[in-house]
Design a protein around this ligand. Structure first.
Ligand code: 26W
Length: 817
């Protein structure tokens, strides 16, 4: 890697700083320091460098006065910062040298960092890629999130079953990349009641909270790639401010007050581990309001300090809501405007509805957030009043558009009628935002056609598409140095900030020498992964095998069980058909299941049991191996992705909003086997039909099949290979002495009606896998396909996504430093 040094780097000074931190911050000495202490001291010394630029950026008057983006997200899955920041700073080589001089190996030090797992999956990782791109492109940005004490749980397997353990990501010494900003702390209210006063005969309402909780901000530096820009990722931590709740204390209810103290500390204790499934828990709503209220007030503080009036807010700030999780920010801003700043409703609404924009990340009905009206009423009584008023005025608009149409009103209302009245957060978002976007072309079409057709009629310009993207800095330059160097050798080293340039390596796709080098890099990466698997899982792998990879949250719609059925079909054929031949294959899984998701956990168990048997069965002769890598996280993705030959993107059509792992894998030269879903559709457009394996029903096919009444038994009875594969789950083949232990998946697919059409897509999937098997044997042909994938991924840089947001929605101007 060629160091491009933007930061003046003084080796001796840096070494002294590291030693100073070793002594002063970590209370150890050069002679006694552990590798971990060396890593901490180095990271602290680096953080210091970036903090200087963070403060400069914060105080740069051009930025203070410019329009900025506020990215509100309950999740930022940033991954390890040290290695990535070294690349952005252009200091990878100089720091490696400086540490070598202190007797330390940089690669070993980087391995000491724990992943800050402050997100569940796609949505959180997207937020991190977007922060990286905003800093690279220098669009003024503040990321607002929560400072969870425990990130996503750590996963291990015990006898094949998922076990969860808490993830104290900061370690006992604290996380070296963050800095507290006590000058920006504030108090956030909960519960209480609404007080009504009359001023000059006019009714004034205001909220008297029953309890206050302190929000303490921690800043993490988001370092711009090869520039001098550093933006804050500001994470709020909840702290008790008083040893009692105000209202309860005044009522003399001391014991209840003690209870409030416990609640306060709890708010940012732990990230909710549900992905695409909302549970409606009070503490989760408290997290959401805590996050929104602290962020909104911080935005207003910055805006006012810059000398601007409230009316000017939309010209200077835009607030992007990452899914509906921060929706309560909308009524919160209305409340501040009306109750605290004395603005009229119309004035407040005019500002508010030009400030927020909302990104939808899922169509799954069980993931669309609704909150019990009574719960909001108790926790945030004034906000509930404001939501009613927003809805009342909105429904007037609806009845003006469709006079007398009650069903339209019911469908669009922010309040869902019924035994328990519920607040529909997505509806509130659409009503209160100036732009709403889906995350891939197909998904955005479905948002218009399926999810919000009436909104689309009412507000024909509001719904938009911004196809997701990934940062090429982390997902190619940093994680795949071999391929990065090879690419730079051919086309120069500017591609990480202009990914469209990768197109130029297509010129070498037929060049035998280049093909060999490309595949040699792939082989090295496969060896790195195989070594990890050997050391950590004690499974021996053949790196000539196809490395077939499915890495993502475990969910029925993502269909890890379809992949599992393919494995069972291969096993069945190897066992029963002596003429059956196959290219050796290793199937990798990595996935966490939400702790309360029964079937997802059963699928993990089944895959682990099948893996155990297959990996130790001598008659399989090493043709097939199955590896379920535990504790999937960003740093694990960084090892697996560069080593993949095949990328599994096999969701039921219409269910995966976009996917971003699909982009990372293709960028690193893996070929996609996938359905016509999410961004797969656009990946196919870019790479062309020859370089991707598309199978299964598309959304029209899915619709057609369902409209005739889908019966999975029809497929089961008609396809002997499918039947044989599924039936393997009934006996004791993989659970000796315990027949039927894997039948949960079988039951859900047959008796449970197969809600995600696994059986319907099985034959077409097996056929596509067969084509992969054949094509992989043609080494040159495969190399060409892999190169063409890397070459055509330019579109999926998150830099392009951010430019799309800027042009269509945010209207920002970069401020170059
Ligand atoms: C309230 C429970 C809950 C938690 C998380 C509901 C929904 C979510 C997320 C929206 C789930 C998620 O991560 N969605 C993924 O977002 C990615 C980034 O846009 C997409 O690439 C994935 O397709 C989508 O599943």
């Amino acid at each position: 890697m060629k160091p491009t040094q933007k930061y003046p780097f003084d080796k001796a000074l840096f070494q002294n700083n590291v030693k100073r931190h070793l002594n002063a911050t970590y209370a150890t000495t050069v002679e006694h320091a552990s590798t971990h202490a060396w890593y901490l001291a180095m990271a602290r010394a680096l953080a210091e460098l970036t903090m200087f630029n963070l403060l400069e950026t914060e105080q740069d008057q051009r930025i203070v006065k410019a329009k900025s983006l506020n990215y509100l997200s309950l999740e930022f899955l940033i991954g390890r910062l040290t290695g990535n920041n070294l690349i952005s700073l252009g200091l990878y080589e100089p720091v490696a040298e400086a540490m070598e001089g202190l007797g330390q190996n940089l690669t070993d030090l980087l391995e000491e960092e724990r992943d800050p797992s402050l997100g569940n999956g796609g949505l959180g990782r997207l937020a991190a890629c977007y922060m990286d791109s905003c800093a690279a492109l220098e669009y003024p940005t503040v990321g607002y999130g929560l400072h969870y004490e425990y990130g996503l749980f750590k996963q291990s397997f015990e006898n094949g079953q998922q076990k969860e353990a808490p993830d104290a990501w900061q370690g006992i010494e604290g996380y070296p990349w963050e800095v507290a900003r006590p000058e920006f702390k504030q108090d956030i209210g909960f519960y209480g009641h609404v007080e009504v006063n009359y001023v000059d005969g006019e009714e004034k309402r205001h909220w008297v909270p029953g309890m206050l909780i302190q929000a303490m901000p921690w800043d993490l530096p988001i370092v711009g790639y090869e520039n001098d820009t550093v933006y804050p990722l500001r994470l709020w931590e909840a702290r008790a401010i008083a040893p009692f709740s105000l209202e309860s204390f005044n009522n003399g209810n001391y014991f209840e007050a003690q209870h409030a103290l416990i609640d306060a500390d709890n708010i940012t204790k732990v990230l909710y581990p549900n992905d695409n499934h909302e549970k409606g828990k009070t503490l989760r709503l408290m997290q959401q309001y805590f996050h929104s209220a602290a962020s909104i007030r911080d935005i207003l503080r910055r805006h006012t300090n810059a000398g601007f009036s409230l009316e000017e807010l939309p010209e200077h700030e835009t607030v992007q809501l990452n899914d509906t999780h921060p929706t309560i920010a909308i009524p919160e801003l209305m409340r501040i405007f009306i109750d605290e700043k004395g603005l009229s409703w119309d004035k407040a609404w005019s500002i508010c509805s030009r400030t927020f924009a909302y990104t939808n990340h899922t169509l799954l009905p069980e993931a669309l957030e609704t909150w019990d009206e009574g719960l909001i009423q108790r926790l945030l009584p004034r906000h509930m009043e404001i939501i009613y008023e927003i809805n009342r005025r909105f429904l007037l608009e609806v009845s003006a558009k469709w006079p007398g149409d009650v069903s339209k009103q019911q469908k669009l209302s922010v309040i869902q009628e019924g035994f328990h009245r519920m607040v529909r957060m997505a509806n509130l978002c659409v009503v209160g935002s100036y732009a709403v976007n889906g995350v891939a072309a197909l998904h955005s079409e479905l948002v218009k056609r399926q999810l919000f057709p009436e909104f689309h009629e009412l507000y024909p310009t509001r719904l938009k598409n911004v196809t997701n993207g990934i940062t090429p800095r982390r997902w190619l330059k940093y994680c795949n140095p071999g391929l990065s160097d090879l690419i730079s050798e051919k086309i120069g080293d500017q591609w990480p900030s202009d990914l469209a340039q990768l197109q130029r390596i297509a010129n070498y796709a037929d060049d035998t020498a280049f093909q060999k080098r490309f595949m040699a890099v792939k082989k090295e990466n496969k060896e790195r992964l195989a070594k990890w698997v050997q050391e950590n899982m004690n499974i021996t792998l053949d790196t000539n095998a196809i490395f077939d990879v499915q890495i993502k949250r475990l969910h029925e719609y993502k269909r890890q069980h379809l992949n599992m059925l393919h494995i069972l079909s291969l096993y069945h054929r190897l066992k029963t058909d002596p003429t059956f031949d196959m290219q050796p294959r290793v199937v990798f899984f990595a996935a966490k299941a939400a702790p309360g998701y029964y079937l997802a956990k059963e699928i993990i168990f089944a895959i682990n049991k099948i893996a155990e048997k297959i990996n130790s069965d001598a008659s399989i002769n090493g043709k097939l191996k199955v590896v379920f890598v535990p504790d999937y996280r960003v740093s694990m993705a960084e090892i697996i992705i560069p080593a993949a030959d095949v990328s599994e993107q096999i969701s039921t059509a219409g269910k995966e909003a976009s996917g971003t792992g699909n982009m990372k894998l293709a960028l690193n030269g893996a070929l996609t086997i996938g359905t016509m879903d999410g961004a797969n559709v656009e990946i196919r457009e870019e790479v062309g039909d020859d370089n991707i394996y598309i199978f299964g029903l598309d959304i029209d096919g899915v619709h057609e099949l369902r409209s005739h009444g889908y019966n999975p038994y029809d497929f089961y009875q008609a396809d002997p290979l499918l039947k044989a594969s599924l039936d393997l789950l009934l006996g004791e083949e993989f659970t000796p002495g315990e027949p039927g232990k894997l039948r949960a998946t079988y039951d859900s697919l047959l008796n449970g009606g197969d809600p995600y059409l696994v059986l319907a897509d099985f034959a077409s999937y097996v056929d596509a896998q067969q084509r992969i098997d054949t094509d992989y044997r043609d080494t040159a042909g495969w190399a060409k396909k892999a190169i063409m994938n890397t070459a055509q991924m330019g579109k999926f840089s998150s830099d392009r996504s951010i430019r799309d947001y800027v042009n269509q929605i945010w209207k920002l101007t970069p401020v170059k430093r």
